[in-house]
Design a protein around this ligand. Sequence first.
Ligand code: XBP
Ligand code: MG
Length: 257
Amino acid sequence: MNQNSELKALLFDVDGTLADTERDGHRVAFNYAFKEAGLDWEWSVERYGELLAVTGGKERIKYFLDEFEASFQAPEDLTGFIADLHQKKTAHYLEMLQQGAIPLRNGVERLLNEVREAGFILGIVTTTTPENVTYLLEATLGKASLDWFSVIAAGDIVPAKKPAADIYLYAMEKLGLSAENCLAFEDSGNGILSSHAADLSTIVTINDYTAEHDFTAADLVLDQFGEPDAPCRVISGNMNGAGYLGVKEIQSLWSER
Ligand code: XBP
Ligand code: MG
């Protein structure tokens, strides 16, 4: 990689990175949808951790059926059945977002404001359904925040979801930029496999589900972005003693990579 290339764009994953959406958000919405559909499936916190091996809600339901519900009498149109179930799940999830049930992670709003003021181009790169992103941003940062992002790359827009590189490549193509000028923010093993496959330098913030994932490819691993009064913990990489991630730390990381 060209060591002198300018950092122009920051590409943010959503689930687990901007907000802790999985355990008390997506998981709960899946369970509501199963109930609504008259199914007796219940994804526990622990089981959901195993199911997170597969990104994408529809793909996750299919994986669950294959791995854990071998006796399920699948309908003839399994794809349609899963799509319908997933639509129900999305409706429940959007309602939760509208009710403000899912806040942003510590330091996210501060960091977004800081990097915006510094003039970085911002992008969203996620496997989740597009409305899940817009509702989250609207509920937490207000409607105007949608305009902060020059690209929102989400969901089925590419054929292969993370860990494939496709969604990052799609976002960079939309921005007219290459990995020489972009930095990714991720929270999971599948996320960094995807960003790394797209050749991107990556900062990771872990969460309960992803703490044990393999982040050896990351440039920096933190427990959170941090705030002046609530410092982050550096798990690997160099923050030069700073207690929270800001433009200065990002730039210094970029020049040292
Ligand atoms: C996030 C996901 C998503 C959500 C569910 O992965 O795997 O599938 O769990 O969203 P990443 P949908 O953070 O790596 O993008 O149900 O809308 O697919
Ligand atoms: Mg994620």
